[in-house]
Write a protein that binds this ligand. Sequence first.
Ligand SMILES: [Zn+2]
Length: 358
Amino acid sequence: MNKPIIQNNAAPEISGVGSARYARQIRFSPVGEKGQQLLAGSRAAVVGMGALGSVIAQHLVRSGVGYVRIIDRDIIEWSNLQRQMLYTEEDVLSLLPKAEAAAAHLRAMNSSVFIDPIVADLTAMNAEELLADVDLIVDGSDNFSVRYLINDYSVKYSIPWIYGGAVGASGMTMTIIPGESPCYRCLFNEPPPPGTTDTCETSGVISPVVDIIGSLQATEAIKLLSGNKNALHGTLFQVDLWNHAWLPISVAKSKRSHCDCCGNRQFAFLEDQMSGSAAALCGRHSVQITPSQDALLNLEELAERLKPVGTITRNRFLLRIELEADLTLVLFQDGRAIVQGTDQLAKARSLYAELLGN
Ligand SMILES: [Zn+2]
């Protein structure tokens, strides 16, 4: 049976610049028709589609940024739903990668935006490819190595980025404009040693702080992409919601001429092309295994072969094997795996090798 043809000449125009969709945003005079057109012609990448990324991407898509790339390495878990506003219980049950689930929700919000989901871990190996061809990078990640990598890329190619982080009821954000503002390393030269900072796992996090930091990042993104660079806040902005403390620290004089990154133009994090690795995921009782070579796995074939080992669930993006002793291995098409139920790198690595012979 053919699909019915809906004829409705009076249908409101729902997409495009100048349409009813963006009327209120256009009426806000700093944006206006011109700003709206600039947004429509803009390309942004959001790195990390967890709590911050959910907020940032929704604002970018609803406000009509023409192209939004969303990069995330993870799947959706029950413990995400308390604060990762894009996702639903159904997404957890469907075992969807975050980038794919997010893309579906974002497309339903605004079909005129090109959403480009990438299921991958942003590393020095792939950063130049995954961050290419955008006007702006927005940080929705939860770890320092990614931020130093983004900072290197941003300074090297002169692409602005907006840093954000939240833990407990506190958060922080800063907008980096290469060549104008200090870069991230001007303020924080080295990543903190592992285990020395609070994480969402050790200190918890409440959802409103994520909304606020993500919204501040999105506001800066809208300013930048709509041609309102002069309106950027120009601070390292910190907030402690529980104590209602709002603290903008001016960074106008924080640019260091001898900064390794923006001063000496050494991009150590971007050039650290280590091959293959295992890394514990920020207190998640999980380890991520990245193979030394890109792979394109045949998940169907693998599922058949691994059947005797444990209970297997599969969709077109990934394969999950529940093993004994509360260990679960989630295997992505590119050969990357997340081993849930352990913090021990060696144990995760040997499990991966046992199952995949690599
Ligand atoms: Zn710098």
